[in-house]
Design a protein around this ligand. Structure first.
Ligand code: FAD
Ligand code: NAI
Length: 475
């Protein structure tokens, strides 16, 4: 039995490791426990994001985009490449190295901030005087007491009913990031964020990709105009995206996977693929924590119920990230982690969920913050819309990447920015200016009057802001 600490954090994904570091910065004694097992059997802090999510997917998106550019776009720039080849093993090894660097970076940060890191699986023993007892089943089983506990156990991929992931033919995100050869025919179930990002990676590397989506609308959470443009571009690139599909059978076979489904008109189809990625959402990871021992219970979907400030119903126990309500995004988990550490230390931080940006790292990239046009219409809000195409942006032309546009939505009366939607080059970076503007409650005119460097892609945001008032200068 060890000395009680101020805070135990369960999970070292972006929610947990950031909460642990912030709490330690504020002078708390912190233990952070994480169960993730790296490829060599040791600890691999960073959670889904670092090991099989944000980081490895962006590494492969970058590598596969370089490959596609080398094969198709470089010629336009007058660069000739002969004998272009793909070394997939090297590409995957590079991705693994990027992951490892991030794992090691987190271990370094723990040391630097004096967070005690323990590799193992944690579960509650119960409430004791002075806090909560947590046991760790790892190479050295141990028990710790924390005055407070943050649950940051993340999420796991959802499987199709009766179709388990074997990570050979039926792949979750983990298997989709670790293929050793490019499948000739790749099936993807779910045209959500993972389906589009991973479908793009393998299409660029040579797969024929068929994406089957249950809903009739493409990317329903995005602004409808953005979603329409994205569907057009992805289809042009060769992704076969079928909407309104109903799967009737999925069967792994010796050599691949056989699918049966009805299309949007109810017509039955059969499809054979070599590999199948199932990306139909994620489920919160709350099992195995023995929550009952401290009087907690997950809701019907497995989420740990919390209030707006990440408090559970038990004083002293908090929960953040994918295991609680809200978007399953790394930066949302981080913001919650920081805010909880600060609340425990007596501060009064605030997380504005309306300014959490969304990014889909396809090509073109898709990014937005705030409300969509369809949501504003549904709410009966009076708004102005201004758009600007990258085709009219000098930097985009110089880059050779003029697909897409920026759209700014602002309140008719006050001109306050209500939403910004971008599809096009570097949308992931451009959206930060919009998020800052919205955090400061800026008007579209504020962005329109700020001097933006020329030639930059960010001028497209300025021009879209001008366009809300019908006064674009370059279009
Ligand atoms: P996690 O990152 O899941 O971490 C939870 C940790 O807790 C894990 O290490 C787990 O092993 C550990 N754990 C669980 N139970 C226990 C236990 N009982 N004891 C000890 N440890 C335990 N989000 C973005 O914002 N941008 C992106 O580009 C992006 N790309 C993604 C790509 C893919 C393919 C996937 C799958 C997800 C992506 N996400 C992205 C989502 C992002 O990964 C998650 O939102 C984020 O990781 C959630 O952080 P978290 O800390 O809540 O949980
Ligand atoms: P998702 O929720 O983005 O998309 C799942 C899709 O599958 C939906 O369109 C849904 O309608 C569809 N679907 C569900 N059941 C189906 C069925 N039986 N047949 C056909 N389609 C079906 O979930 P996804 O892609 O698995 O990603 C999980 C989460 O991970 C995302 O919601 C996001 O929070 C996070 N993520 C974020 C990324 C980013 O920020 N760039 C990248 C990847 C993941």
């Amino acid at each position: 039995m060890t000395q009680p600490v101020d805070l135990i954090v369960i999970g070292a994904g972006p929610g947990g490791y950031i909460a642990a570091i912030r709490a330690a910065q504020l002078g708390l004694s912190v233990v952070c426990i994480d169960a993730w097992v790296g490829p060599k059997g040791g600890a691999a802090p960073g959670g889904t994001c670092t090991n099989v999510g944000c980081i490895p997917s962006k590494a492969l998106l970058q590598s596969s985009e370089h490959y596609e550019h080398a094969g198709h776009a470089f010629a336009d720039h007058g660069i000739q490449i002969k004998g272009l080849g793909l070394d997939l093993a090297r590409m995957i090894a590079r991705k693994d190295q990027v992951v490892r660097q991030n794992n090691e970076g987190i271990l370094y940060l723990f040391k630097k901030n004096k967070v005690q890191f323990i590799h193992g699986r944690a579960s509650f023993v119960g409430k004791v005087e002075g806090g909560f007892q947590v046991q760790v089943d790892g190479s050295t089983p141990q028990t710790h007491t924390g005055k407070q506990v943050v649950i940051a156990t993340g999420s796991s991929p959802r499987a199709l009913p009766g179709v388990a992931f074997d990570e050979d033919r039926i792949l979750s995100n983990a298997g989709a990031l670790a293929l050793t050869e490019v499948p000739k025919r790749l099936g993807v179930i779910g045209a959500g964020v993972i389906g589009l990002e991973m479908g793009s990676v393998w299409r660029r590397l040579g797969s024929e990709v068929t994406v089957l989506e249950a809903l009739p609308d493409f990317l329903g959470a995005a602004d409808a105009q953005l979603a329409k443009e994205a569907l057009k571009q992805f289809t042009k690139q060769g992704l076969d995206i079928q909407l309104g599909v109903k799967l009737t059978e999925v069967k792994a076979q010796a050599q691949g996977v056989k699918l049966q489904y009805a299309d949007a008109k109810g017509v039955a189809h059969e499809l054979e693929v070599d590999r199948l990625i199932v990306s139909i959402g994620r489920i919160p990871h709350s099992e195995g924590l023995n929550l009952e021992a401290v009087g907690l219970q997950p809701d019907a979907r497995g989420f740990v119920p919390v209030d707006d400030e990440c408090r559970t119903s038990i004083a002293g126990i908090w929960a953040v990230g994918d295991v609680v309500r809200g978007p399953m995004l790394a930066h949302k988990a981080e913001e919650e982690g920081v805010a909880v550490a600060e609340r425990i230390s007596g501060q009064k931080p605030h997380v504005d969920f309306n300014t959490v940006p969304w990014v889909i790292y396809t090509s073109p990239e898709i990014a937005w913050v705030g409300q969509t046009e369809q949501a504003l219409k549904a709410a009966g809000r009076a708004y102005k819309a201004g758009s600007f195409p990258f085709l009219a942006n000098g930097r985009a032309r110089a880059l050779g990447d003029t697909t897409g546009f920026v759209k700014v939505l602002s309140d008719t009366e006050t001109d306050t920015i209500l939403g910004v939607h971008i599809i096009g080059p570097m949308a992931s970076e451009l959206i930060a200016e919009a998020a800052v503007a919205m955090e400061f409650k800026a008007a579209a005119e504020d962005i329109a009057r700020i001097c933006h460097a020329h030639p930059t892609l960010s001028e497209a945001l300025k021009e879209a802001a001008l366009a809300t008032d019908g006064r674009s200068l370059n279009f």
